[in-house]
Design a protein around this ligand. Sequence first.
Ligand code: ARG
Length: 270
Amino acid sequence: MAKSVLMCRPEYFAIHYEINPWMDLECPVCPETATRQWEALYQLYTETLGWDVNLIPPVEGFPDMVFTANGALVVGDKVALPTFRHPERQGETWWFESWFREQGFTALYQPRHDFEGEGDALIWNDTLFAGYPWRSDQAAHAELASFLDVEVVSLQLTDARFYHLDTAFTVVDRQSVALYPPAFTQESLEAVRHRVPNVIEANEADALAYGLNAVSDGERIVLSDRATGIAERYRQRGMEVHRVAIDEFQKSGGGMKCMTLDLRGRLQGR
Ligand code: ARG
């Protein structure tokens, strides 16, 4: 199924601060490499996969705006805006809100508690899996549940390297998700296994290569070119696998899923 997503060119992408364990001011990004990697992803989406890619103009002073998955969570015609934990990113909300209003969205809500958009909230059928505590507060999950009228299953993340849910959890298809078990509490793993018939477990090497920060339309999956193990497992399941280099963005703690906001988030049956 063709997806409709929101991306942002990495024009101002850089490491200007450190707000997660991957970011290191001593380890700057190469703008040319970042642009090349981003454009390859954009081309794959638009030309090879035929997805509809919308673009939000990049804003100087917001180097992480390229990670549009943190800019909102869209469910039907409702948009939950982000309440960023770190002051460095808080100004992005205004730009994302303006973009959604320009597109005609009117049902917008910004949680009072910290919430970093789709980066910490992934829809699987009629369930919203939401991550905490590194960048979103669990208290925001109740706000989301009432705004979106959806069941929210809170998943507690345990490893600071996997600080957003989408760094350790992939929605693969209607029967399956993939995750890196050590990044979650036992209780949270049970909550997933209780609901999802097929839970694919990624190994440490694939998780560290950001192999779980992947984008799937149920039949085709786009993931980091260095995540070889899990790519093979998707292939064995009959999926079409597209591997892309994103290591320049991983210096900032991001991958392709972070750069891809789903504009057609739907709950099953609605
Ligand atoms: N440097 C960004 C930050 O720390 C990376 C965001 C990654 N986004 C994501 N959805 N995982 O906020």
